[in-house]
Design a protein around this ligand. Structure first.
Ligand code: SIN
Length: 331
């Protein structure tokens, strides 16, 4: 794994969190009936030669199916990234991750890390046990991005494409090229180990939150509870009203924030909107995020609920959780 004993060697650290890239199926022909998060990150690096002048180091931070990702794991991941990036000879960090919530993890890290060096998440759509797995090439490409001079910020690399954390979305259930950067377009492509960059690296927005994380090192942060409710034809306010009743009854972890996955330019079914306004009046922080896969919400003068701009509902939820978790969550 480590390719050189030279004291001048630069390191890329690969953090494992599980996912299909670390998945194993009973037969090599099975690309869907596998268990995610089975193969250790050191084994994923087994057949990969580090580029000249670079050494690779592996650390297993978690081993899960990313649909089950939790905020405490994200926090641990952010802390491990910050610790490794602070070492002078570490040029970048690669994270192997499941595709299903990789965009949430990428956006979280983009929001909390003041990442002057690159943090590159990568993944696979086929398990490690597949006859033709896509993981090994994705890992090679991610290492190439992490080692690129001048690279910075949080990106996701999949199928030869480099996506910025604020823009990336999983858009396909099955194809190896499962991600899109929507209107923004990709940051670039990786071609034979070389990055062809099309636009600026994503600038990390992490400063404010990284101070919060630093101040809470070792502490189990109390995350604000933020729910997502979708607006759709025939929607009602029933779910929001139940959440408000729970809050009024004094449950241990009441809803503090609410994201409405809104239609089009942030519009909300009238019954759901009435309930969301009741929630807002009761002290819940409410954000509208569009269900559309591209574009952003353009604000209107008569808006009564804040909008999340270009953030998808899942990213808006992370932004709101971070906003509300700055201070200890109030019941
Ligand atoms: C996961 O997200 O952990 C499983 C699915 C995948 O990686 O494609």
């Amino acid at each position: 794994m480590v390719n050189s004993n030279s004291p001048n060697v630069r390191r890329v650290v690969v953090l494992g969190t599980g996912g299909t890239i670390a998945g194993r199926a009973a037969s090599e022909g099975d690309n869907i009936g596998y268990t995610a998060g089975e193969v250790g990150v050191a084994d994923l690096l087994g057949g990969i030669d580090a580029p000249e002048g670079l050494s690779l180091e592996a650390e297993q931070v978690a081993q899960l199916d990313s649909k089950d990702m939790e905020f405490d794991v994200l926090l641990q991941l952010a802390r491990r990234c910050a610790a490794w990036l602070s070492e002078a000879d570490v040029v970048g960090v690669v994270i192997t991750h499941g595709t299903d919530t990789i965009e949430e993890t990428a956006f979280f890290l983009h929001s909390v890390l003041a990442a002057g060096k690159p943090v590159v998440l990568t993944c696979a759509m086929r398990p490690a046990s597949s006859l033709s797995p896509d993981g090994p090439q994705n890992v090679r490409d991610a290492i190439a991005v992490a080692a690129t001079p001048g690279a910075e910020g949080v990106t996701v690399v999949c199928a030869g494409t480099v996506h910025g954390a604020p823009d990336v979305q999983k858009v396909h259930t099955y194809r190896p090229d499962a991600f899109s950067s929507g209107d923004a377009g990709p940051v670039g492509y990786v071609e034979e180990g070389v990055v062809r960059r099309l636009r600026d690296w994503p600038r990390s927005t992490g400063n404010a939150h990284s101070k919060m994380l630093a101040a809470n090192v070792g502490a189990a942060l109390r995350w604000a509870r933020v729910e997502i409710v979708t607006s759709h034809a025939g929607a009602s306010g029933a779910v929001i009203d139940m959440l408000l009743q729970e809050r009024a009854a004094g449950v241990a972890e009441p809803m503090h924030g609410l994201v409405i996955a809104a239609t089009g330019n942030g519009t909300v079914h009238h019954a759901l909107e009435a309930a969301a306004l009741r929630a807002q009046d009761a002290g819940v922080a409410v954000l509208r995020a569009t269900r559309c896969t591209s574009g952003r919400i353009l604000p209107r003068a008569d808006d009564r609920l804040r909008d999340a701009g270009a953030l998808t509902p899942v990213k808006a939820r992370i932004a709101l959780m971070l906003e509300l978790s700055e201070e200890p969550a109030a019941a």
